[in-house]
Write a protein that binds this ligand. Structure first.
Ligand SMILES: O=C(O)CCC(=O)C(=O)O
Length: 277
């Protein structure tokens, strides 16, 4: 459980470094399931960039269980309250010796959510060290509010449009979020973060779960979907998503397709969140 001082640290710094949440045994099982189902990225252009690495909790049982993990949700509840939806999820799969990196960004830029209360729980399924391109974060950067981002399409950038902070970022003071398998870190939706290439011979696998309190809404016109993972939804700001009835069944694939089509439509309609907020 997080202590009161942890919650104060999160509010002040905009993040909490990784700490153990999953047992070594369950982390091994989850890592193997992740590699089996998502080790090869399955991107379907006909499904508008739908990928098995985005919102996998709608496609695969292991991810549906992980998004509801009680220990992770206990920490999320301490940070954002008892009524919790998962709004988005990305598997950050860095293959061994890859140039792929993630530019400085704020998660809020892609989501169009208000108010800014979304927290990302980053679950490490493998070690994540500096050599492996761990996440780096700038303490207290969330206090700057939503910053302007510019699209910089680049095949080596792991964000869909290569979105990055438009102004120069001073990286001095950045903290490396080094993680052991089973650790979970938490960062605020406005915290500036990035990650570099994986120069090791091992894959680096982390999953970013985007959790929001049920009162948070989407500011765009597209009605989006989300999953209630704890508590009660008294607001109905999102259509509720079904839990997968097996791995990549026809119903699960259809629900995944529907959710991602809405997500991409909404994010394309939001060229720059900085101008909205
Ligand atoms: O895993 C990474 O390297 C980047 C993660 C990230 O940007 C996020 O979780 O928001």
């Amino acid at each position: 459980m997080l202590r009161k001082s942890d919650i104060e640290t999160y509010r002040r710094q905009g993040f909490l470094p990784g700490r153990p949440h999953l047992s070594p045994e369950e982390t091994t099982v989850l890592r193997d399931a992740c590699i089996r189902t998502c080790g090869v990225e399955d991107k379907d252009p006909a499904r508008r960039q739908a990928s098995n690495r985005v919102k996998p909790y709608l496609l695969f049982k292991w991810a549906a269980d992980l998004v509801r993990h009680p220990t992770v949700l206990d920490s999320v509840e301490a940070l954002i309250g008892p009524d919790i939806l998962v709004f988005h999820t990305t598997i950050w799969f860095k293959e061994p010796n890859t140039e792929k990196s993630v530019p400085w960004h704020q998660d809020a830029t892609y989501f169009g959510l208000a108010p800014f209360e979304h927290v990302t729980a980053w679950v490490a399924l493998t070690p994540s060290t500096e050599e492996m391109g761990c996440v780096q974060i700038l303490p207290q950067s969330h206090e700057q509010g939503q910053l302007l981002h510019a699209d910089k399409p680049d095949p080596n950038l792991m964000l869909s449009r290569g979105q990055t902070i438009a102004k120069e970022v001073d990286p001095s003071g950045a903290v490396n979020l080094t993680m052991a398998p089973g650790d979970v870190s938490f960062h605020h939706t406005l915290a500036l973060h990035r990650s570099g290439p994986n120069t090791s011979n091992q894959p680096r696998i982390g999953i970013g779960f985007s959790y929001i309190p049920a009162h948070v809404r989407h500011v765009g016109e597209t009605r989006l979907s989300a999953t209630l993972v704890r508590g009660v939804d008294r607001y109905s700001h999102f259509d509720m998503e079904p839990e997968p009835d097996g791995d990549a069944t026809a119903a699960a694939v259809a629900a995944h397709r529907d959710s991602l089509q809405r997500f991409w439509r909404a994010s394309e309609a939001i060229p720059e969140m900085g101008l909205i907020h």
